[in-house]
Design a protein around this ligand. Structure first.
Ligand code: BES
Ligand code: MN
Ligand code: ZN
Length: 493
């Protein structure tokens, strides 16, 4: 999507969108139209029951010279406290026009007195909502092909371009995440996940370190390797380091992502119905990769390391069995009760390595860890687990501001002891009840003294079965805006 900002409406063909607040006089907002146009627009608003609700749209055509222009009235609602409002407005307009035949959208903010940030947010919403991945469609019907490829925001203030530069970086990151999540598991598997990240982040100043199977074996990452052993695809541990802080020695924020490129469940195999969705069991790693791209693209003034534990979980003659005991990198032993509780086995070694290597002050892991998380929170909130109130607050706040919402869940010893094993230090799966919480306490056993840690269970957020405000059906890119904002608000200067 081409994006630009202007003081005046451009020449030529375009669909015109006029945002209207709850309290605006419609006639004021339509001042640019002639009398017949104003009457048409007012009637369209009425006839389509347009109450100016946030992101609601009324559509009409008004004559302009000897042609007709498509006009969209778009609501801004009555409240001003929704930070994600302008993204939603851009997203709604984009969804409406994407395959409409229109190629250019002009959003005219003249007279609304909003700043460049709002203008950039509208553009961001429009571009984010227009993202699609059509590389495997060789027979897309002409009418299903997107037409909209440009958005011009008029009257958005002088700082719109610099605000947009930050949003464009964010969009790069979100697009990479969506792409990685959308790609099937025969295309994106541990090695190719790494390759794609290297290709997309080349030249930005991100330092890559990649551990292959022998390297991980030498270190003793047997929990991660136990998951990988049943697959023909060798595992990888990917570390991406962005050192943008004024003090290059400052302790980094470490992000760790679950990157199970396909989760069959292993020997504790999953039912066939819906198993294809487990191609997106690398959504945590995808969000970490996208965040690194976003941060480097906007040259964030922070030291951040993104780590992805990449494996495929398959059943096989060599696969690990329920009851096997593995010694993790931390030295703690784990009884593998259920080979489908593999994400925590991957994360515990990735987290142990991250702490050893980078001595972080903050460590945040993201994972599509449990189906139980979806039972708890549905598809509206990611689960936030942390023993650090301050970090939990920062994350919840970034969630509200970006729309990547989080809801805090409990932890504690009463849950933790449910993971004790009769044969090893712990088991990898506890009772069904509270399954997301015991998964979190399992991970908590691998967090070192003094490290401020949060775990985000994003099982319900990575993939959408219906279109949302900023995404179509499919990969949402959840987590990138959240982490980018967390860094911007708390870890830059
Ligand atoms: N990747 C799944 C969790 C998942 C399930 C994410 C459905 C999104 C949708 C994870 O590896 C898993 O299989 N978890 C098990 C844990 C159980 C065996 C303790 C689960 O949630 O059933
Ligand atoms: Mn699993
Ligand atoms: Zn999984």
């Amino acid at each position: 999507m081409k994006v630009s900002f202007a003081a005046q409406r451009p020449e030529g063909a375009f669909a015109l969108a006029i945002p209207v607040r709850g309290e605006d006089m419609l006639a004021d907002r339509l001042a640019g139209l002639d009398e017949a146009g104003r009457a048409l627009a007012a009637r369209a608003a009425d006839a389509q029951r347009f109450d100016r609700e946030a992101a609601a749209i009324a559509e009409t055509f008004v004559s302009e010279g000897d042609s007709a222009r498509r006009l969209l009235l778009v609501g801004l609602g009555g409240k001003r406290d929704d930070e994600a409002l302008y993204e939603k407005v851009g997203g709604a307009l984009s969804a409406k026009l994407l395959t409409s035949g229109e190629t250019r959208l002009v959003v005219d903010l003249t007279g609304l007195d909003v700043d460049g940030e709002a203008a950039a947010r509208i553009a961001f919403g429009a571009a984010a909502r227009a993202w699609r991945y059509d590389v495997y469609r060789t027979k897309l019907n002409a009418k299903a092909k997107p037409t909209l490829d440009e958005v011009v925001i008029v009257g958005g203030g002088a700082d719109a371009d610099s605000a947009w530069a930050r949003k464009a970086a964010l969009l790069e990151g979100i697009s990479l995440t969506r792409e990685l999540v959308t790609e099937p598991a025969n295309i994106v598997y541990p090695e190719t996940f790494v390759e794609r990240c290297q290709k997309r982040m080349a030249g930005l100043g991100i330092e890559f370190e990649i551990l292959d199977e022998p390297a991980m074996r030498a270190l003793g990452m047997n929990a991660l390797l136990g998951v990988a052993i049943g697959s023909a695809r060798p595992p990888r541990l990917l570390a991406m380091r962005w050192n943008g802080a004024a003090d290059p020695q400052a302790k980094p924020v470490v992000l760790v992502g679950k990157g199970v490129t396909f989760d069959t469940g292993g020997i504790s195999i999953k039912p066939a119905a819906g198993m294809e969705s487990m191609k997106w069991d690398m959504g945590g790693a995808g969000a970490v990769a996208g965040t690194m791209l976003a941060l480097a693209s906007r040259k964030a003034k922070a030291n951040v390391v993104g780590i992805c534990g990449l494996v495929e979980n398959m059943p096989d003659g060599k696969a690990q069995r329920p009851g096997d005991v593995v010694t993790s990198l931390s030295g703690q032993t784990i009884e593998v009760i259920n080979t489908d509780a593999e994400g925590r086995l991957v994360l515990c070694d990735a987290m142990a390595w991250a702490q050893r290597q980078y001595k972080p002050e903050y460590m945040i892991d993201l994972a599509t860890l449990t189906g139980a998380m979806i039972v708890s929170l549905g598809y509206e909130y990611g689960g936030l687990f942390s023993s650090d109130d301050d970090l939990a607050g920062k994350l919840a706040d970034a969630g509200l501001k970006t729309g990547d919402k989080l809801w805090r869940m409990p932890m504690g010893d009463v849950y933790d002891k449910l993971m004790d094993s009769p044969i090893a230090d712990m088991k990898n799966s506890g009772p069904r009840e509270g399954g997301s919480i015991t998964a979190a306490t399992f991970l908590g056993r691998f967090v070192e003294e003094g490290v401020k840690w949060a775990h985000l269970d994003i099982a319900g957020m990575v993939w959408a079965n219906k279109p949302g405000t900023l995404w179509d059906k499919g990969a949402t890119g959840y987590g990138v805006a959240l982490l980018d904002r967390l860094v911007a608000d708390n870890f830059e200067g």
